[in-house]
Design a binder for this molecule. Structure first.
Ligand code: HEC
Length: 262
């Protein structure tokens, strides 16, 4: 009676052990060091501005960032005149006017980022049926739950994803219009490789290599997904300092009050 049970258990164990070998080899996502890591981390303004340039010139052809307004760019160090110029570069649909017509006008700082497509269907028609997700919160959406990495986990992933396009391994059949990416779950992604290096000309003279561009745009997206992070960390530090000082005061008071009791 016992032998069949043992044999069945053995088979089950063997099946379990074999399962991981069937799945595609997925390398683990490299951990990067980010300016915004840790309890005192801040956003590297220069990197975030370079990343915004990458978003503007490359990613914004397909991806919207609906939660951002041009005036928000103050948060990564642009001044009012620069923001007005950036906004004016975009055509915004406004109206209706007195004739009941919608019309186009140059963007203003108070406008939301102009999206590349008017709606989801238009995006899908242009991109073989695929839908590029809005990038406003993508870093948070892909962050792991590790408390020590915070939004750094999501930035690691986006950074790796942008550099993870490869030829598919021999024997792997790709679905139509799909691209092989070693970090994308399942390895088949509808996004064609967006960055190759030298996709932009950085104003500050930084060389636009692929890792540099990926790191910069991930920094910009991390800021976009949590623009109040620096304030949150500062408040946390102040609260801790206050609690420490208060603990000292209370301890001194306790010693004073109990000094005569033996
Ligand atoms: C030609 C259009 C196109 C461009 C340009 C483009 N993307 Fe995408 N992207 C897509 C599509 C389509 C998807 C959806 C892929 C899927 O679900 O298979 C996508 C998905 C993504 C995702 C989500 C991946 C996930 O885990 O779900 C991220 C992050 C991303 N793109 C970042 C970027 C960044 C950053 C840039 C600019 C450097 C960029 N994309 C440029 C079309 C584009």
């Amino acid at each position: 009676m016992r032998a069949p049970v043992l044999a069945a258990a053995g088979l089950a164990l063997a099946a379990l052990a074999a399962a991981p070998a069937l799945a595609q080899e997925q390398p683990s996502i490299p951990t990067q060091s980010w300016s915004f890591d840790g309890p005192f981390g801040t956003f590297d303004r220069a990197a975030a501005q370079r990343g915004f340039q990458v978003y503007e010139e490359v990613c914004s052809r397909c991806h919207s960032m609906n939660l951002l307004h041009y005036r928000d760019l103050e948060g990564i160090g642009y001044d009012g005149a620069q923001i007005a110029a950036i906004a004016a570069n975009h055509q915004v649909t406004d109206g209706p006017n007195d004739q009941g017509q919608m019309y186009q006008r140059p963007g203003r700082p108070s406008d939301a980022f102009v999206a590349p497509f008017p709606n989801e269907q238009a995006a899908r028609v242009a991109l073989n049926g695929a839908l590029p997700p809005d990038l406003s919160l993508i870093i948070k959406a892909r962050a792991d739950s590790s408390l020590t990495k915070d939004i750094g986990g999501g930035a690691d992933y986006v950074d790796a994803l942008l550099q993870g396009f490869k030829e598919p391994p021999a024997g792997m059949t790709m679905a139509a219009n799909m691209n092989y990416n070693e970090y994308f779950p399942g390895n088949q992604i509808a996004m064609p490789q967006p960055l190759h290096g030298d996709d932009v000309q950085y104003g500050d003279g930084t060389k636009a290599t692929l890792p540099q561009e990926a790191h910069d745009v991930a920094t910009f997206l991390a800021w976009a997904s949590e623009p109040m992070m620096e304030e949150r960390k500062r408040t946390g530090a102040k609260v801790l300092i206050f609690l420490l000082a208060m603990a000292g005061v209370l301890y001194a008071a306790k010693r004073q009050i109990w000094a005569d009791v033996h």
